[in-house]
Design a protein. Structure first.
Length: 281
């Protein structure tokens, strides 16, 4: 018993050993909590990811606070001894300071939370984790208007939030203004083609048009802006080569956007083929 007490006393008085014990213990607890959250879940939802992120961040905060409390006297003495090289240290840790500043900016501005779709610089994705230094995104293909996950994970240093615009695109998770174009020659009647496309758009949007109206209204109330209507829209322009270009805008469920584009394009191609066949006859 006396031997165990003596060993505990040695650990308690040896700050290096005690620091290691604190780090290992808190990391172990954090790992067990994360493991408990992940248990029996093949796929993590936003709630799970939020609690995992909070657990990791709280673990790091506790470690930092406890280590600072433990080594405060030594750090205070050390601070006085390195006054001459303070500027060099600041310069060397510039990126680290910028990352922490970016994290503070994100937290105070409430720019986004875990589960939101955002654009940060040239990166699009769903936020799956964030901490003091970085933010992780599950990349989404916005460039090609597919709105599908690419399977890639992007880790962004928080310093980018100080130099790049961050766009919260979370409302696009359910409904999106999907824009695409159909280009054809001027051999067929443009206005008949427009009418055909418009009829098909109305036909395909009947199933969700009422839900779309309500969702559009909710977004307008939340953002305080007047958004374009939920009705399908077609704009006719010409290309540099003189071809006719139909620009189509649909307010539709995000998961149906690509399939609707393909169906409308296919219908137009069939219409174009029939018109050209009748002209030949």
């Amino acid at each position: 018993m006396d031997e165990m007490t003596q060993q505990f006393s040695v650990i308690a008085t040896n700050k290096i050993i005690l620091s290691l014990v604190i780090v290992i213990f808190l990391q172990f607890i954090s790992h067990q909590i994360v493991r408990l959250i992940r248990k029996d879940h093949d796929f993590l939802n936003e709630k799970h990811r939020t609690w995992i992120s909070r657990t990791k961040n709280m673990s790091v905060m506790f470690i930092i606070v406890l280590l600072l409390s433990l080594w405060w006297i030594e750090l205070e003495k050390f601070a006085f001894s390195i006054a001459a090289v303070a500027v060099a240290i600041v310069i060397a840790s510039k990126e680290l300071i910028l990352c922490i500043s970016g994290s503070i900016l994100r937290a105070t501005s409430n720019a986004f939370i875990i589960g939101d779709w955002i654009r940060a610089g040239d990166n699009y994705g769903e936020v799956i984790e964030h901490n003091l230094l970085s933010t992780s995104l599950q990349e989404i293909d916005f460039e090609n208007n597919n709105y599908n996950y690419t399977g890639k994970t992007v880790t962004i240093p928080n310093s980018q939030f100080l130099t790049h615009t961050v766009k919260n695109m979370n409302f696009m998770k359910r409904y999106v203004y999907h824009t695409f174009s159909i280009t054809t020659d001027g051999a067929i009647n443009v206005f008949e083609a427009r009418e055909h496309i418009f009829n098909k758009m109305n036909e395909y949007t009947q199933d969700f048009i009422e839900v779309g109206k309500r969702y559009n209204y909710v977004i307008e109330k939340r953002l305080g802006v007047d958004l374009p209507g939920e009705e399908p829209y077609i704009r006719i322009t010409t290309t540099k080569l003189g071809d006719v270009k139909f620009t189509i805008i649909l307010f539709c469920p995000t998961e149906q956007a690509v399939s609707l584009e393909q169906r409308i394009t296919q219908d137009f191609m069939n219409f174009h083929y029939q018109q050209m066949s009748s002209l030949k006859n």
